[in-house]
Design a protein around this ligand. Structure first.
Ligand SMILES: Nc1ncnc2c1ncn2[C@@H]1O[C@H](COP(=O)(O)OP(=O)(O)OP(=O)(O)O)[C@@H](O)[C@H]1O
Ligand SMILES: [Mg+2]
Length: 259
């Protein structure tokens, strides 16, 4: 199982859209076994997959009460099926905020290897684990990054992209002692056809110093409609430009991860 995490310390730049769409495309269109993980207390990706429960169990229990750290839950017990074949989910809700505080206050040594330990249990059951993060570099996200193979860093024009990329790259370097193999790849989201958008795209691909997806994801109102309907974008529209772009992103991922 490869772990692909979608994270950037910016709000509203398409992290959830990216995680939800890629999970669907890899699972439903490529027949991969996908485990979607909600690592955001907002629970947005759980909502898109119809598995949001304000009082339900999921990511909080995985981090706080898993067998590997003396708790009672196994990873499998925290995984739910979704309405879509091949895509299962570990959901999250507002309790994740409390979990973050618990992990911070607790002085045990295993605080940031908990997610990695829990994922070992389902290593052979899935091809890909896709993680949607919130916008804070909290204990949950730190746990996730320790286990991550590929970090997708969505970037939106006008979102202080230069600083955002530098910050994330630094944080990943700080964790490299615990996760030598993690790679970062920038994905431009909500691209428009204007000059500014094109200039940022060119900068990302040629001068940012980061690896970048060939595909940029275009902007379309259809994506926002899908979010309002609370379904993954490819379910809402199989053929809109944003779905097509995410298909290309998925193809790039498969090409490099399965070569
Ligand atoms: N390619 C796109 N074109 C148009 N709108 C988009 C696109 N991608 C995402 N959006 C919209 O932008 C908004 C924010 O997207 P999303 O929720 O994926 O961002 P996020 O980075 O996960 O936000 P948060 O930081 O709150 O978790 C949503 O309304 C979504 O529908
Ligand atoms: Mg989100």
């Amino acid at each position: 199982m490869k772990i692909i995490t979608v994270m950037n310390q910016k709000g509203g730049i398409g992290k959830t859209m990216t995680a939800a769409s890629l999970a669907y495309i890899l699972g439903q269109e490529h027949g991969k076994k996908v485990l979607l993980v909600d690592a955001d207390q907002q629970g947005n990706v759980s909502m898109l997959y119809d598995r949001f429960e304000p009082e339900g169990i999921g990511m909080s229990e995985l981090l706080e009460k898993h067998r590997s750290t003396g708790g009672t839950y196994s990873t499998t017990e925290l995984i739910q099926t979704t309405p879509y074949d091949n895509v299962d989910i570990i959901p999250a809700n507002g309790y994740l905020m409390r979990t973050n505080m618990q992990l911070l206050l607790n002085e045990k040594e295993d605080q940031i290897i908990r997610f990695a330990a829990a994922m070992l249990e389902v290593q052979d059951a899935y091809d890909y684990c896709i993680v949607d993060c919130g916008l804070l570099m909290d204990m949950t996200v730190t746990n996730v990054l320790v286990a991550t193979d590929l970090l997708i860093l969505p970037v939106k024009v006008g979102g202080f992209e230069v600083e955002a990329i530098a910050n994330m790259a630094e944080q990943v370097e700080d964790l490299r002692g615990l996760n030598e193999g993690i790679r970062i790849k920038v994905l431009m989201t909500m691209r428009q056809k204007n000059q500014t958008s094109l200039q940022v795209e060119q900068w990302l691909k040629e001068s940012s110093g980061q690896e970048c997806f060939e595909t940029s994801v275009r902007r379309s109102i259809v994506a926002e409609k899908a979010t309002m309907q609370r379904v993954p974008l490819p379910v809402f529209s199989k053929s809109c430009i944003v779905t097509k772009d995410y298909r290309e992103v998925a193809r790039e991922i498969l090409e490099e991860m399965e070569e």
